[in-house]
Ligand binder design. Sequence first.
Ligand SMILES: Cc1ncc(C[n+]2csc(CCOP(=O)(O)OP(=O)(O)O)c2C)c(N)n1
Length: 370
Amino acid sequence: MEKTGNPIMKAYSNEGEPEMFRVLTPDGEIVGTIDGKIDKSLMLKMYESMLLLRTFDRKSINLQRQGRMGTYAPFEGQEASQAGSALALSAGDWMFPTYRDHGAAIIHGQELYRVFLYWMAHFEGSICPEGKRILPPSVPIATQMVHAVGTAWASKIKGEKNVSIAYFGDGATSEGDFHEALNFAGVYKTPTIFFCQNNGYAISVPFEKQSASKTISQRAAAYDIHGVRVDGNDIFAVWLTVKEAVERALKGEGPTLIEAITFRYGAHTTADNPNIYRDQDEVSTFWRENRDPITRLKKYLNKEGYWNEEQEGMVLKQFNELIDAHLQKAEGYPKSNPLEMFKHVYAEESWHLKEQKQELNQILKKGVKK
Ligand SMILES: Cc1ncc(C[n+]2csc(CCOP(=O)(O)OP(=O)(O)O)c2C)c(N)n1
């Protein structure tokens, strides 16, 4: 396959490209206003959240490589989008993540061991955690967007003061569910936040080959809803954008479509080889070295004297211990039984699932070739 280069790099060039809301430059300089809305303690929370997520993500890839976890979808590079958006929510807000958004889910209160369980193929990894409004990760692309409109509409009818946020990628915007969700949300002015992480690729398909729209946020106009394009590697800008979307929704002003420009450094999943469709120099030089979300905030915090290497070392040690404790808990679960997957589809087992279950049972009895 011919490498197309990195279409999303154009978003960062200032030559005639559509505008993007940014507060913190890749050099760690404040160029926009944060209006006193982001104080030092929130900045440190943002930084530590991103560090936790990156540590968790890297550990997960290693676990998959060691055969201790199944296929895994990494999100390294997208930490500012995920942590920044989740930190702008309240505990009562509904979250609808995809398979790549466990970072956002963790920041919204999902426990680490449950995320491990999900990737270890335990059904317990797909249960909504008690008292928290975090739905299981959606693997069918864009379906969760419609669900997020449903819960938001219900909240509105009940007079509850909370929003629903749907996470999705650029690829999801070519699905019918994207249109249906935005259309319905626009008509009924539901308190829904459509949070798109435009990381430039739907597996191997670059955004410019997928859509003739220059941006995703411009599509908001078609539904007469609010649309914003934001630098998804600038956690200040992401947080401010989502916060404003929450405020608009709670005031009854309806949904917002947010396009966060970001990049995944790694593979689509651990079963994919991105070297085939992406230029790795661009990944490492353009993104990792020069536009990393964590380095960018660290530069700012260092300049302000809010953060130093000693603190970083201590926090990383705590995070590693925390992650290891959750891993131990997850690995302590009995091995998952593949036959259990049939239990959780319908309240009553349908005839075709019964047949499939019997077939699988026979295969399992014969033994699976390793
Ligand atoms: C309805 C549906 N069609 C196709 C797929 C196969 N598929 C899995 S991931 C993916 C690409 C999604 O890309 P994007 O929405 O940009 O999200 P990203 O993976 O970049 O986070 C596709 C097509 C699927 N899971 N569901």
